[in-house]
Design a protein around this ligand. Structure first.
Ligand SMILES: [Ca+2]
Ligand SMILES: [Ca+2]
Length: 160
């Protein structure tokens, strides 16, 4: 009986602690978000589809802290990537320099532009990218980039 209780307690501990980690393919977390970097070469639309296929969306970076955290991961793992550029969820395709998150149509308030950006080069840079160094660049939506996906925690404790 004692053994059974011990097994039950240990199972509960493992279950409860694992319920707060990112599920499945997701690589790391911050607050209530889980993230995954994709090292394929995608257009913005292709990247967005890839993120949705794994249950998320392209990353929406909304604070200096979140930007610094993702930069840290990117720098530490750069050897896995052939490019230094990653798609984020932002676009300004509807009205030039009015940036919004495509996933929820919310206007972007926090920016971390690389010096000289956004420059809308060629009058056709309407999608948002993140450099490994942590700064942002507007880029051609049909250009090629890796991607950062994001999803929200699945907290199984609330399902019990
Ligand atoms: Ca633009
Ligand atoms: Ca640019």
């Amino acid at each position: 009986m004692l053994l059974l209780k011990t097994v039950v307690v240990i199972t509960l501990i493992v279950y409860c602690s694992s319920s707060y980690s990112c599920p499945g393919v997701w690589e790391f977390s911050l607050g209530t978000s889980c993230y995954k970097f994709l090292n394929g070469n995608y257009t913005w639309v292709e990247a967005s589809v890839q993120c949705r296929l794994i249950g998320g969306h392209l990353a929406m970076i909304t604070s200096k802290e979140e930007n610094a955290f993702i930069r840290g991961y990117a720098v530490r793992h750069q050897s896995h990537y052939s490019l230094y550029r990653f798609w984020l969820d932002g676009k300004d395709d509807e009205s030039e320099n009015h940036w919004y998150w495509d996933w929820n149509a919310v206007p972007i308030k926090f920016f971390n532009w690389n010096p000289g950006q956004p420059d809308n080069a060629g009058s056709r840079q309407d999608c948002l990218t993140f450099f490994t160094g942590g700064t942002w660049d507007d880029y051609m939506c049909d250009g090629v980039s890796h991607a950062i996906c994001e999803t929200e925690y699945v907290d199984t404790n609330t399902i019990i």
